[in-house]
Ligand binder design. Structure first.
Ligand code: C2E
Ligand code: MG
Ligand code: MG
Ligand code: MG
Length: 280
């Protein structure tokens, strides 16, 4: 009976796995033509400066709306695009488009763009960034490139070259999702980051959890001690915003400040929020 049971379980497992695989394969195939078919779009999430309680920039977030499946989260399709060698082209499309959008914003506003590992490790990255800045005519220091620690795990010597070249171009560099992944402090010693973004994992229970408070306070101190700025991600409540402001966190990002929105909604959003400080 045990053998029969096992077989039945094995068969069921296989069938559901097959469905998952077929769905993934369908998505992967669609992904190859998604750029050409205009299925990608960009949303922009506000970044707020704590000292002035005002919006100072936006992070570009990639969106894929599949005609049959609907919206697919970036955490699902970006790794697929990476694996299929498509992310570099998609990222270049996003960079140019987002830079053009940022040209319509107040002149001091920054634009943050995420770089996945394959994009960062792509040979032509620094040339392409330089060319895009030139083509669009946006000031280099208005662009912030966000990378995660997972990017830095490979090819350490070239990584430093790439970061230094970007730094020479005048582009800002942020370390995204800090505190997750491997969080080796040697990255902070060796790489020229302008900003550390504290992962939302440490922000979400900030009101109740003293350990999170201690960790966040320490990261702020560490960053400032190294001459870097700090942004808190995933700020969802007024209490979190006030606590972070009190502790000297430089910038805030999260649903409390604003949800990701299409480019067309930014003008109205800025008009609406200018009068209402986010904390106090
Ligand atoms: P990320 O760069 O850390 O972006 C922040 C993510 O947190 C976004 O998810 C955003 O919508 C979400 N978020 C913002 N505020 C809050 C909040 O208050 N609460 C909660 N629970 N979530 C919040 P999203 O858009 O799903 O993106 C997920 C990840 O996908 C990004 O994490 C980034 O790593 C990657 N990604 C998104 N767009 C791009 C892109 O254009 N290029 C690359 N390479 N990666 C991208
Ligand atoms: Mg990011
Ligand atoms: Mg710099
Ligand atoms: Mg992040």
């Amino acid at each position: 009976a045990a053998k029969k049971d096992g077989r039945r379980r094995a068969r069921t497992f296989t069938r559901s796995m097959l469905i998952v695989l077929e769905q993934r394969e369908m998505l992967r195939r669609s992904l190859r033509t998604a750029l050409r078919d205009g299925q990608f779009f960009i949303e922009y999430q506000p970044l707020a400066k704590t000292s002035s309680s005002s919006i100072v920039g936006f992070e570009a977030l990639l969106r894929w709306r599949h005609p049959l499946v609907g919206d697919i989260p970036p955490n699902v399709f970006i790794p697929m695009a990476e694996a299929d060698g498509l992310m570099s082209e998609i990222g270049q499309w996003l960079l140019e488009r987002a830079c053009r959008t940022a040209m319509t914003w107040p002149l001091h506003f920054t634009l943050a763009v995420n770089l996945s590992p394959a994009e960062f490790l792509h040979e032509g990255l620094t040339d392409r960034v330089a060319q895009t800045l030139d083509l669009v005519g946006i000031r280099a220091d208005r662009l912030e490139l966000e990378i995660t620690e997972s990017v830095l795990l490979e090819r350490t010597i070239n990584n430093l070259d790439t970061l230094n070249t970007l730094n020479l171009l005048g582009v800002q560099i942020s370390l995204d999702d800090f505190g997750t992944y491997y969080s080796s402090l040697s990255y902070l010693k060796n790489f020229p980051f302008d900003t550390i973004k504290i992962d939302q994992y440490f922000i979400k229970d900030l009101e109740r959890d003293e350990k999170s408070q201690t960790i966040v306070r320490s990261i702020i101190g560490l960053a400032h001690g190294l001459g870097m700025h700090v942004t808190a991600e995933g700020v969802e409540t007024k209490a979190q915003a006030e606590w972070l402001q009190k502790e000297g966190c430089d910038r805030l990002q999260g649903f409390h400040l604003g949800f990701p929105m299409p480019a067309e909604a930014i003008g109205e959003f800025l008009g609406r929020t200018a009068a209402v400080p986010f904390a106090h």
